[in-house]
Structure formats: C-alpha cells, structure tokens
Design a protein around this ligand. Structure first.
Ligand SMILES: Nc1ncnc2c1ncn2[C@@H]1O[C@H](COP(=O)(O)OP(=O)(O)OP(=O)(O)O)[C@@H](O)[C@H]1O
Length: 311
C-alpha cells in the first residue's frame, strides 16, 4: 500500500503578514478574440476599500479575475507587493481572498463542509479553521444554516457563504465581485462592518453597479465603462467636479425629450404637476428656464461619466 508522507509545511503559506500590502495595475488589458473587454487600466492600491463601479458588461469581473490571477492579461501586468502575479502565483494565492460573482456550489455540501474544505486548501490548521469559520458564520449571519445543504439555502445566504470563504485565512488582498448583489440592507451593513474593520491591513477591491453600496465604504473609486477606466478618485472629489452642473426641473411628461438636450438625466420622480428630472448639464450648457441648482452627488458623477463615455 502506498504511504503518503506527512505534510512538511509550506514556507509560502507560513510567511508572516506583509507590512503594507499593495496591488499595482499597469496598462492592464484583456481581449477575447478581437473584443477588448478591458483596456489600459492603471491603478495603484494600498490598504483600504477600493470601489470598482461600472454598468453591466463594463468589464468588472474580467478585471477582478486578472487581479486574482485566474485570468491572464493580454496586455500589461498586475503586481502584488511589486511582484508580477503571473510570475509568483503561489505567493499571490497565499495572500488572496477572492469571492467571484458566480460560483456553482455543490448542492449537497453544507456551509460547514465547504468552509472546512476551503480552509484546508488555504493551509489553516484544523482548530484555527474551525474558529475562523465559526466567527465568519456569526458575523455574516449564516451560523444557523451551517449544516443545511447549500442547495436549500437562499440566494443571499449562498452569496454570504462565498464571501465567508474569501475571508478565511485573513487575506492581505481581498477581491469581492458584486458581493452585495443579493443582500438585503441588514446584511449589507454586516458586510460593511467586517470590511471596515479589515481595511487598515488589507487591499480590498469591491465591485458593484450600485453607487450607494460603494459610496458608503469606498475611499476611492474606479469607474469602468466599456473596459476603460473613465474616472478614478475619492467619491467626494468625483461628485465635487460637477459643481454648478446639476439641476432639477419639473416638466410635463411630453417635454422630457426637450429637457434631454440640456444634459444627462440622473433622476426622475413623478410629481403632482409633472415629472421632476435631475439633470447633469452638458459642459458649457446653460440651465433651462425654471431649473433649480442642486448639490452634485456621486450618482450624478457616475451616470454622467458613463453616459458621456458611451456617447
Ligand atoms: N470568456 C469570454 N469570452 C468572450 N467575451 C467575454 C468573456 N468573458 C467576458 N466577456 C465579455 O466581456 C465583457 C465584460 O464582461 P464582464 O463580465 O467582465 O463585465 P461586468 O462588468 O462584470 O458585467 P456584469 O455587471 O453584468 O457582471 C462583456 O461584453 C462580456 O460579454
């Protein structure tokens, strides 16, 4: 009978934490055939929560998969602590937590089994694995379902399980692809609290197409449109750049098309006397008669930037 030697320990998995983890993206791009899904993205990230904001199909998942090292770039590179991740995969993986957007979890396995399995892959000793899994299950409110087959869990519960596995082993780089997609307001707050606590020692990249989810916690944002980084900055700076260009205007439903000539609609509300539009005026365009100046928001900045880029 073949005997398997005892596991000797892995020097990479046993390395001590990095003093200040970092990710650097340089000229990063990915093609699928001739289609450019991501093009020339440059971004330097230190510890903290970084938002990746973009509409459906903008390239968020493609970008995150390149950061994770599971999808090789067609152009440019990703460096973890100054080392190209394609040249140092094991060291990168040892420091990484990744919650992809879509994961096919085995329906008959339980969260307890899956967390134990992922913890073992990450090289956590059994006792440490059990402690971390219990702590994460409590924090993400899945403790009551730890022994329920995954196939019987709600979508939001499965999403939290995928996030929980990414947090095992206290990663230094954490990539969360639309982690709030199926979460209710209470669960979003629980996740925000965990991430805020980790932020001083972890590079966290959090993708979403929901502005308010990122505005609540991200210290900086990259807005992606058609694979290109069209804005990078702090949420308040991106909003402030629209100072003087945001107005509201109440018009009859039949006059909406006319109002569109003045700028991008970023909000719309039915009122007793018509439709109240929120508009980001086109650069250099005067406000229409009756418009009321408004303080710009991050939502205005995001919607206007994407609309201008698409045009
Ligand atoms: N393997 C692939 N082959 C061909 N095209 C692909 C592949 N993966 C992604 N794409 C295309 O790349 C573009 C970006 O897709 P991606 O999933 O990265 O966008 P996303 O911003 O994450 O979108 P969503 O918010 O809808 O999840 C899309 O047009 C998509 O169809």
């Amino acid at each position: 009978m073949m005997t398997i030697p005892p596991y000797p320990g892995d020097p990479i998995l046993m390395t001590s934490p990095t003093a200040s983890p970092s990710l650097t993206l340089t000229g990063l791009g990915r093609r699928f055939g001739t289609f450019r899904a991501v093009h020339d993205v440059n971004w330097t990230l230190g510890p903290g929560i970084h938002g990746l904001l973009g509409p459906n199909g903008a390239g968020k998942s493609t970008l995150l998969a390149m950061l994770a090292g599971t999808l090789p770039p067609s152009e440019g590179r990703v460096e973890n602590g100054g080392q190209d991740v394609t040249q140092s995969m094991r060291a990168h993986y040892a420091r990484l937590g990744y919650a992809p957007q879509s994961v096919d979890l085995p329906p008959h396995a339980t969260p307890r089994q899956l967390l134990a399995y992922m913890a073992a892959l990450k090289g956590l000793p059994a006792r440490e694995a059990a402690q971390q899994a219990a702590g994460l299950a409590d924090a993400l409110h899945i403790a009551a379902k730890l022994d329920t087959p995954v196939g019987d869990l709600s979508g939001g519960m499965r999403r939290r399980l995928v996030v929980a596995q990414s947090l095992l082993g206290q990663p230094e780089i954490l990539l969360l692809d639309e982690p709030t997609a199926e979460l209710d307001g209470f669960e979003k707050l629980a996740l925000q609290s965990i991430l805020t606590e980790m932020a001083p020692r972890c590079v966290i990249v959090f993708s979403s197409h929901i502005v308010s989810d990122l505005e609540a916690i991200a210290e900086d944002l990259l807005i992606l449109s058609k694979g290109q980084a069209i804005s990078i900055g702090q949420p308040e700076t991106l909003a402030a750049a629209l100072e003087g260009r945001v107005v509201s205007l109440t018009v009859p439903a039949t006059a909406i098309d006319h109002a569109l000539q003045f700028g991008t609609v970023t909000g719309r509300k039915r009122m007793a006397d018509g439709i109240r539009l929120r508009l980001v005026l086109n650069a250099g365009k005067a406000a229409p008669p009756g418009a009321i100046p408004e303080a710009p928001s991050l939502e205005d900045a995001y919607l206007a930037a994407v609309a201008e880029h698409r045009a």
